[in-house]
Structure formats: structure tokens, C-alpha cells
Design a protein around this ligand. Structure first.
Ligand code: AQP
Length: 332
């Protein structure tokens, strides 16, 4: 059976981008068709300036939202990264296989380092080495497929390269994974700045739809989305990125192809209205289930405890094998 692994970082409140680009597919498809693991990758949240209490709060919220989105612990493994030591253990070995130059080429590193420097902060070393930890997340489980949004495919490519290199140097140890981006909404863009990805930690709240936004807030944000010069509704990602983003969100929420949907609208206002209603409807069940789960924190704790135990059992043999292969003396 295909093994699938993917994760979500508790660096902010989860967004419509996280949902359409990743979570929805995990719940609707991956958990039914594969041996799937989904993880709140909390160690990754420490790569930028953070408030410890907030990371803890957001980790719990992310886990609750994963379950609210439809992940079923009977069908897949849901856990928190820091509860399974194998991720950090393997990450160090992969840092010993990775080259400094390939880490510095990562687009997310460049963008986030620039942002940290612009804020006057210092860039953490872990921001540079983060892709090695992400590779460890994936490789520890002998993952075949990593269903991620567009922005993460470069990191999965790096995980592939590291797996191949490790296997060549030290003997066959890892499965070589591949990224599987979604067909639509692989990159949901910021509603106020359609040149930038809708990210949970980019501090531009009005352009970001959060999964727990009230329906009226969702409507307001979408009605205020920037559109492009011109009045006709056409799907053109390069020339009309604002409208293209709205059409892609509509296609992802209500079905259809962005090109075909564009023909049904004579004005931007009518399009925005339909997008807003489609998003509110798509998020409705998730919001309701989230409220129920918040009333039962013991259930969420139990799922995470069992998930971590299972994940540990799955990862340990591979990580132990990697330790042996690279030349470390096993404990007596
Ligand atoms: N805007 C997006 N469109 C499509 N997919 C997206 N994903 C994130 N944003 C979009 C996908 O969601 C999954 C989890 O992402 P993550 O939490 O690991 O981190 P990220 O990709 O760095 O997402 P953010 O929200 O932008 O976080 P920050 O702002 O902290 O960097 C991934 O599969 C991702 O592709």
C-alpha cells in the first residue's frame, strides 16, 4: 500500500490555502487510499521568532482542525512531530548528507530570511537546516508520496535528493518519495496581494482567509479582494492574477475548471459573491466539527497519544537502520 506523509506547521492560524492546498485532500482522498500519516510539525515552528505559549496553543488548534477537517484516527495516524524523537534523530544524519549550498538555494529560506532581516531580527540557523528536518519527517516513514501545496514541492525534491544520495553512499535505506501537488488550488494567493502566497504567518490579515474566521469575516475579506485592471472576467494567471486566484478558489470549493467558470460572470462583484458563498459553505462543516472537538479536549489528547505511539513504532526501524548504515556503533 502507498505510504503517505504530510505535515502542517503551527506558525499561525490555519488558512484557506492550507485547507485547499493540502488538508482537504488528506481527508477526502489520502486517508482512504493510502497508509497515511499526518503531523503537526511543531519543531518547524521554532525556526522563526516565536512565543512558546502561542506555539503550544496553535499546535493543539492545528491538531483539532486536522480532525475537524475529516481525518479519522481509525484510518490514518495523526500526531505531533515533537512527540516522536525519530524526526530529530534522523534530521542530524541528513544534515551530514546535505550540502550547505543546496540549503541556501531553498526559496522559502531566502524569503523568510529576508523577512526576518527586514524586521531587524536575526536569522536562526534552524531556518536554514529546516529542509533536512522536513526530509527526516518524510524519509523516517519510508514515504512514497508527500501531498503538499506548490510551495513545498522544492523541499520534497530535496528530500528525494537526500534519500538517493544516502542510499548511494551508505546502502539502500530510504524509499525515494515524490511530491503530489493538488490539481487545483495548489497555490492559493493572498487576496490583497495576489503575487504572494496566502500564508498563515505573513502578517497581512485582510488578505488571508483563516479557517476559523466567522462567515461574515470571510465574506468581507473576499468582497474586498483586489482584482485587476479591466472589467471582464477572464482566467489569466499572469495578466489577471487577482481574478485568477478567485476563479481557482471557486473551482476548488464548488467544482469545475477556472477557465470554464470565468464565462459565467459579467462582473467582478458577482464573481466575488459566489466565491464568498462557496468558501463559507466549504468551511461550514469544519467549523462545526471544530467546535464539537474543542468541547472534548480529552479525545484530541487520546488521538495524539495513540498517533505518536504508532508513528514511533513505524519510524524507529528505519532511523535505526540509517544510524547503522552511516557508521554509528549500535548500543550494546
Ligand atoms: N497558499 C497556499 N496554497 C496552497 N497550499 C498551501 N499550503 C500552505 N499555504 C498554501 C500547504 O499547506 C500545507 C501545510 O503548510 P505548512 O503549514 O507546513 O507551511 P507553509 O507551506 O509554509 O504554509 P504557510 O501557511 O505559508 O506557513 P508560514 O506562513 O508559516 O510559512 C503544505 O502542504 C503547504 O504546501
Amino acid at each position: 500500500m502507498t505510504r503517505v506523509f504530510s505535515g502542517i506547521k503551527p506558525t499561525g492560524h490555519l488558512t484557506l490555502g492550507n485547507y485547499l492546498g493540502a488538508m482537504r485532500r488528506w481527508a477526502e482522498t489520502d486517508q482512504h487510499q493510502a497508509d497515511a500519516l499526518f503531523c503537526v510539525v511543531d519543531l518547524h515552528a521554532l525556526t522563526v521568532d516565536h512565543d512558546p505559549a502561542r506555539v503550544r496553543r496553535l499546535s493543539r488548534q492545528a491538531a483539532t482542525l486536522l480532525l475537524a477537517s475529516g481525518l479519522d484516527p481509525e484510518r490514518c495516524t495523526v500526531f505531533v512531530q515533537s512527540h516522536v524523537d525519530e524526526h530529530a534523530r534522523l534530521s542530524y544524519l541528513l544534515e551530514c548528507v546535505a550540502a550547505d549550498g543546496e540549503m541556501r538555494r531553498m526559496i522559502q529560506y531566502k524569503e523568510k530570511a529576508r523577512r526576518e532581516e527586514a524586521r531587524g531580527g536575526s536569522v536562526r540557523l534552524s531556518l536554514l537546516t529546516y529542509p533536512a528536518l522536513m526530509a527526516a519527517d518524510i524519509l523516517a516513514y519510508r514515504t512514497d508520496e508527500a501531498p503538499v501545496g506548490d510551495d513545498q514541492t522544492q523541499h520534497v525534491e530535496l528530500a528525494r535528493d537526500l534519500a538517493v544520495r544516502f542510499n548511494q553512499r551508505y546502502g539502500q535505506t530510504f524509499t525515494v518519495p515524490r511530491a503530489t501537488p493538488p490539481k487545483v488550488a495548489a497555490r492559493v494567493m493572498n487576496l490583497h496581494d495576489p503575487a504572494s502566497k496566502m500564508g498563515k504567518s505573513d502578517d497581512t490579515g485582510p488578505g488571508v482567509v483563516y479557517l476559523l474566521d466567522e462567515p461574515d469575516a470571510v465574506r468581507r475579506k473576499i468582497m474586498r479582494a483586489v482584482t485587476d485592471d479591466g472589467r471582464d472576467v477572464v482566467y489569466d494567471r499572469r495578466e489577471r492574477p487577482g481574478v485568477a486566484n478567485l476563479l481557482e478558489i471557486l473551482a476548488a470549493c464548488a467544482g469545475g475548471e477556472p477557465e470554464d467558470l470565468s464565462g459565467g460572470y459579467a462582473s467582478y462583484g458577482a464573481l466575488k459573491k459566489d466565491v464568498a458563498e462557496a468558501v463559507v459553505e466549504a468551511l461550514g462543516p469544519l467549523r462545526r466539527r471544530h467546535r464539537e472537538l474543542c468541547a472534548d479536549p480529552g479525545y484530541v489528547d487520546g488521538v495524539l497519544r495513540a498517533g505518536a505511539e504508532k508513528a514511533r513504532r513505524m519510524a524507529r526501524p528505519t532511523v535505526d537502520a540509517a544510524y547503522r548504515a552511516i557508521g554509528l556503533l549500535p548500543p550494546a
